[in-house]
Design a protein around this ligand. Structure first.
Ligand SMILES: [Mg+2]
Length: 307
């Protein structure tokens, strides 16, 4: 009997609800970093920074200076700086405001059509018996991501979140996601405990985890993704690094990840049909689908022989 979290899933997307008797580990998860992976610039640079009239380079260097001077967590610093700058300039940072700004986020070529094309590929190659879900785990802001045009493509978006005060204005971090805490969300997907109120620390045997790591493909763009890539790969999953063709040194960064065996493949961040990235992701998906078919047959064989 599968153990279940005490918390009830808020929006019904917990995989627990769909668990079937027997072989059900037929779902693939593609987990994306956001900034630099799906979108060329950090999301703040399309949204809050221009809204506040702040030049991005000056903003990030102020954050970096404070991090260097006081040994603090950079993600907390940038979130606080945004709140302070908004207050200073009299700009309202409300949930709806941030969400509306999300419409300004731009993507690498091919991203808007990528999800439907990938889903169709999995449907065809898995002969309709393999499912796929897309997830985002980002150190950016959930409120902005909730407003991006590709939001409907994702089963779940995990990112840092603000607490909003009684006036509905962002005042303090409510959820903080950093390079290393990103890995928590891989285990949430792995264990089907997508709701933050569900504990992921209780033991769940490998065979009961709805999405085994071998069904997970992680896509990121650099050093900040190393903990997630390492966790995914060490647990039998797959990772891929992409680089921005327009950013000097980005390709070399990905090559270093490949040389250190942090990733299965690297490719330019070009999601258009026929791109190197598409070809390599499809190869990984084919390998995962073959593995699912193998495990399904093994399960059937054991059942037939009453094992
Ligand atoms: Mg990134």
């Amino acid at each position: 009997m599968a153990s279940r979290g005490r918390g009830k899933a808020r929006d019904g997307d917990s995989i627990d609800g769909r668990r079937r008797v027997g072989f059900a580990r037929d779902e693939i998860a593609i987990v994306y970093d956001f900034d630099g992976t799906l979108s060329p610039q950090p999301m703040q640079e399309y949204t809050v920074l221009p809204e506040l009239g702040i030049e991005p380079a000056a903003f990030w260097s102020a954050v970096d200076r404070e991090v260097a001077a006081s040994e603090c967590e950079g993600m907390l610093v940038y979130m606080r700086h945004l709140v302070e700058e908004a207050a200073r300039r009299g700009v309202r940072l409300g949930r709806a405001d941030l969400r509306a700004l999300g419409r300004r986020v731009r993507y690498f070529p091919g991203v808007p059509g990528w999800f439907a094309r990938t889903d169709a590929w999995v449907r065809e190659r898995g002969r309709g018996r393999v499912r796929i879900g897309h997830y985002v785990v980002s150190a950016g802001l959930r409120e902005i991501l909730d407003g991006v045009s590709i939001r409907p493509a994702f089963r779940r978006v995990y990112a840092s979140e603000y607490h909003f005060d009684r006036r509905g204005v962002a005042t303090f971090p409510k959820v903080l996601i950093t390079d290393t805490t990103k890995t928590q969300y891989l285990f949430r997907i792995n264990k089907g405990r997508l709701d933050l109120r569900q504990s992921i620390n209780t033991h769940m045997p490998e065979g009961e985890r709805p999405i085994p790591f071998s069904n997970i493909v992680y896509i990121g763009d650099g050093l900040t993704d190393v903990p997630s890539m390492a966790v995914t790969r060490q647990a039998g999953g797959h990772a891929l690094a992409v680089w921005n063709r327009d950013r000097p040194g980005a390709r070399e960064g990905c090559e270093a990840l490949l040389a250190a065996s942090r990733v299965d493949f690297i490719a330019p961040a070009d999601y258009r049909a026929g791109s190197t990235l598409e070809r390599r992701v499809r190869l990984l998906l084919d390998a995962v689908i073959a593995d699912i078919r193998y495990r399904r047959e093994l399960h059937a064989c054991r059942l037939a022989h009453r094992m």
